[in-house]
Design a protein around this ligand. Structure first.
Ligand code: KG4
Ligand code: ZN
Length: 342
């Protein structure tokens, strides 16, 4: 089955053509980072307008690169939550129009859930369930017990900043460009992670598997303010390395506890921060018994291939959603995610 995936939940417009939920024919992404850079963050209205401008040309390019025609598409999968409502609506309405015009089924996909599927796409087999799912992106940080595809129980989530957001904020303190994650990783590679060894991620009272990165970010700010200005290059490297280690050590520790508690032998990791090589090395070194499913680089950042891939699986399991498909900016972590729907 040939699936067209559409992603427009934030500041990236994506179109992908994927066969049987795994085989990538084309995965195009157009970032709007430059458009929003001068504002220091994503401007929702600008984002919606850019999605609209890009919809038809990018779709045409994707079809041409995949060497297929619209008439060959058999299913349309679109990210319908969570995200910026105006941005999501562009993708969802475009998808509905295509579904109606082509007379092919339509399925809505949760963007966060798709990040976890992105980790599975690079592997021949699905992980053995139950397994853990960790999403670490610019907008979300959460740990799930995945009982099967589409059936999850939330074990913990961030109570303040998402991990990618903390990376971006610390990057700004170190005068690095946005998005800061890759720049921190690069700087940290030459730094001494033991120099600011008092840095720790927060613990959430009564929720041992939840996350808190806001205190860590503030601790970085205070530590930097105490140092001689301007900061030396070595100090910037050491801080990047110390911050990165403190944040990742917390993830590894909580995943270890959850795996033990729930008898999980596999872990799927999704979201932009999963592109970090040091994080991969840390998991391998500290939790070698866990079979970790990492996405390829192109599938770790926002993309439409993961939407097409998961859309295919959901369609097989529960059928199409139809033109009544709703668009939602948020999803309730506690109630609705238990059933894997938004
Ligand atoms: O999943 P994503 O592309 O978009 C959201 O849905 O949020 O994640 C983007 C986030 C940004 O905060 C970015 O700084 C972070 O992922 N990121 C990284 C790395 N590459 C991207 N964080 C740490 N290390 C990286 N190599
Ligand atoms: Zn994302």
């Amino acid at each position: 089955m040939l699936v067209l995936g559409i992603e427009s939940s934030c500041d990236e417009t994506g179109f992908a053509l994927v066969r049987e939920g795994k085989e990538l024919l084309c995965n195009l992404i157009a970032s709007q980072a430059e458009l929003h850079a001068t504002f220091g963050g994503v401007v929702p209205e600008l984002s919606s307008r850019r999605h609209l401008e890009l919809f038809v040309p990018l779709l045409e390019r994707a079809l041409s690169e995949a060497k297929v025609t619209l008439s060959e598409v058999e299913l349309i999968a679109v990210a319908n939550c969570p995200g910026l409502i105006g941005a999501l609506l562009v993708g969802v309405h475009g998808a509905k129009a295509l579904s109606l015009a082509l007379d092919v089924p339509l399925v809505g996909v949760n963007h966060v859930e798709a990040h976890l599927y992105g980790a599975m796409m690079a592997h021949r087999e699905l992980p053995s369930f139950p397994c853990l799912g960790l999403v670490i992106s610019g907008g979300h940080t959460a740990l799930w017990l995945m009982k099967s595809l589409g059936h999850y129980e939330l074990l913990g989530h961030t109570v303040d900043d998402a991990l990618g957001e903390a990376f971006d904020k610390v990057a700004r303190m170190l005068e690095l460009p946005y998005p800061g994650g890759p720049h921190i990783e690069k700087l940290a590679a030459q730094g001494d992670s033991s120099r600011f060894s008092a840095l720790r991620a927060g613990q959430v009272k009564g929720q041992p598997l939840s996350f808190s990165f806001s205190g860590l970010k503030t601790a970085v700010l205070y530590a930097l303010q105490k140092l001689e200005q301007p900061l030396s290059e070595q100090t910037r490297r050491d801080m990047a390395a110390s911050f990165q280690k403190a944040a990742f050590q917390d993830l590894v520790q909580k995943v270890g506890v959850a795996a033990h508690r729930h008898g999980c032998k596999a872990l799927c990791i999704g979201g932009g921060v999963a592109a970090n090589s040091y994080l991969r090395a840390l998991f391998k070194e500290q939790l070698p018994e866990l079979d970790s499913f990492w996405p390829t680089r192109e599938l770790s950042l926002d993309n439409a291939a993961m939407i097409a891939g998961l859309g295919y699986q959901l369609f097989l399991e529960r059928g199409a959603d139809g033109l009544g498909l709703e668009t939602k900016s948020r999803f309730d972590h506690f109630d609705q995610w238990k059933e894997g729907i938004c």
